[in-house]
Design a protein around this ligand. Structure first.
Ligand SMILES: [Zn+2]
Length: 417
């Protein structure tokens, strides 16, 4: 039976893949197809991107709008940290669904199943399978189909060492069980990139560890192929990173401009998604929309401002009060290690504030929108570069096509030739 194996190195920028920094990925590129125009969702933030990977749909259809979002609850705009383990269950209770379209785990439940090993936030891990169709192994939430307990929960740390322990278990358990889909989602190099400058010795050391973990999976898949298995192997990342050039407290700016009543008011919410912000307007305050949009469009810190009527151009819909999306100002400046790509970031409500000079993501900047995609298997010519547009929503239909299963109801397209 054909199978698919996916390895995601969270936060890996395309321009960091070379023989020096990532020797296993560079070697894999010689036998896989390299997608040089691969892009990710907006916001380029792990939780929303995970839902787009899992469903093959943009946020407009799966309805998980970002890493931090608002929901309209009992006529109130309520801000939420999507990283929490219980957020998607709460969203199901409020909106009627965790995600509005089926995940790969749901589609594959009757035909080979899905096993996900994941070392990022609990909310991002949940986005792969919020309705409990397959197996999920995560450091704080491991479970089987039907939300059943597993005898062997994953207990690892969120760092390179934890990723290595998770990779060993993934190879020994997930690959050995030969499900239709096995996903290994590493926490690095994203985790270290938030803590140290891009290109610094600490960053590059962890990047080599992440590359080695990916290399171990590539070797294990090769051994399975040698026994006759037909495996589609996808190795990539969910977004890149930019260097933070400064911070903007957008809610404070809106209060100062008279567009939001106060820190705790529910009229307007600006929710930081790293280098992007999702701005929600309560329906009762509709009269503020023109001045809110005018204000945002005139701010130097607002790089790209997408009004409600154009949200479809970035894969969004004006749902739950979402009124404006902002990608903060990014440029091509280089950091202290000569790494190009800097962006302002929005001050977060919940996540630890990233330091200026370290990595961040979420917006539409060139480097956060340049993740990695390498695919090896039937329909992909080895050692070639494909310069056609490819998007994170294309991965789910590509996997289903390899498995010879229907792929209706997806925004993406299968990438096989
Ligand atoms: Zn990520």
């Amino acid at each position: 039976m054909p199978r698919a194996v996916v390895v995601i190195l969270d936060g890996l920028r395309r321009d960091f893949v070379d023989a020096v920094h990532t020797p296993h990925l560079a070697q894999f590129a010689a036998q896989a197809t390299w997608f040089s125009e691969f892009r990710t969702a907006f916001p380029s933030a792990t939780r929303a991107v995970s839902a787009s990977f899992a469903t093959g749909c943009y946020p407009a259809r799966h309805t998980l709008q970002g890493n931090a979002v608002a929901l309209l609850e009992s006529d109130l705009l309520v801000p939420h940290d999507v990283g929490r383990p219980d957020f998607l269950a709460h969203k199901r209770a409020v909106t009627g669904h965790a995600l509005a379209v089926p995940t790969l785990a749901e589609r594959l439940a009757p035909c080979g199943g899905a096993i996900v090993f994941n070392n990022v936030s609990p909310g991002a891990a949940n986005a792969h399978d919020p309705d409990y169709h397959g197996h999920l192994y995560h450091r704080v939430l491991s479970r089987g189909p039907g939300d059943t307990a597993v005898s062997d929960p994953l207990r690892v740390t969120l760092d390179a060492e934890g990723d290595r322990a998770m990779t060993e278990r993934f190879i020994a358990e997930a690959l050995a069980r030969r499900p239709a889909l096995a996903v290994l989602w590493l926490g690095e190099p994203d985790h270290i990139q938030h803590e140290v400058p891009l290109g610094s010795p600490e960053h590059l050391a962890v990047l080599r560890e992440a590359d080695r973990n990916a290399g171990a999976v590539m070797a294990a898949v090769e051994r399975q192929r040698a026994t006759g298995d037909d495996v589609l192997l996808i190795v990539g990342s969910d977004h890149g990173h930019e260097t933070v050039s400064g911070f903007v407290d957008i809610e404070a700016e809106l209060i100062g401009a008279g567009l939001k009543d106060g820190l705790d008011s529910r009229d307007v919410l600006a929710l930081s998604n790293g280098t992007a912000s999702l701005i929600y307007l309560h329906p009762d305050q509709e009269s503020r929309y023109p001045s809110l949009l005018d204000y945002l469009q005139s701010q130097r810190w607002a790089g790209i401002v997408v009004p409600r009527e154009d949200l479809d151009t970035i894969g969004h819909a004006p749902r739950y009060g979402l009124a404006v999306a902002v990608s903060l100002r990014a440029d091509q400046a280089v950091n202290e290690y000569g790494v190009p790509g800097c962006s302002l970031a929005a001050v977060p409500r919940w996540d630890k504030k990233t330091q200026s000079g370290c990595g961040q993501h979420g917006g539409l900047g060139s480097y956060e929108q340049s993740p990695v995609l390498l695919v090896e298997g039937i329909g992909f010519q080895g050692g070639t570069i494909c310069a056609e547009k490819a998007h994170i929503v294309d991965l789910a239909p590509t996997i289903l096509r390899h498995l010879a299963l229907p792929r209706i109801g997806m925004d993406g397209r299968a990438l096989q030739r």
